[in-house]
Ligand binder design. Structure first.
Ligand SMILES: [Zn+2]
Length: 108
C-alpha cells in the first residue's frame, strides 16, 4: 500500500502533505500489504443491508501506518494478516497456512 511517511516516524495512508505530529513535510512511501493485528472488534449491531465483512481490526504495518481494516474473519491480537483494498475500504484476512514471520529473525 502507498502512503506518506515523516522523518519523525509518523506514517499514514491518507494523502497528507504535512506531518500532523511535527509539522514537517512528509514523503511518499510504500509498504507491503501485510501487518499484525493490534486489536479486533466484532460488531454486535450490524446495520441492515451491510454485506460482509463486518468486523473491524486495527492493523499495524511494520515500519508503516496503523489502519482500520474490515474483516469477515475472527482475529486475535498479534495475528498476521494480509491487507487489501476494495472500493476505497481496507480489508484484511488472516494469513493462514503460510510460513510467515513479521520479525526478520533468522532462525533455521
Ligand atoms: Zn513528523
Amino acid at each position: 500500500m502507498k502512503g506518506m511517511k515523516c522523518r519523525c516516524g509518523f506514517a499514514t495512508i491518507s494523502d497528507k502533505r504535512l506531518c500532523p505530529r511535527c509539522g514537517k513535510r512528509m514523503k511518499t512511501a510504500e509498504w507491503p500489504d501485510e501487518g499484525k493485528v493490534l486489536s479486533f472488534t466484532r460488531l454486535q449491531a450490524i446495520p441492515e443491508g451491510l454485506p460482509d465483512p463486518y468486523n473491524l481490526a486495527l492493523v499495524a504495518v511494520p515500519k508503516g501506518p496503523k489502519l482500520v481494516c474490515w474483516t469477515s474473519g475472527t482475529l486475535r491480537e498479534n495475528d498476521p494478516v494480509t491487507i487489501f483494498e476494495q472500493k476505497g475500504k481496507y480489508l484484511c484476512s488472516p494469513k493462514i497456512g503460510l510460513d510467515f514471520k513479521l520479525d526478520e529473525s533468522k532462525s533455521d
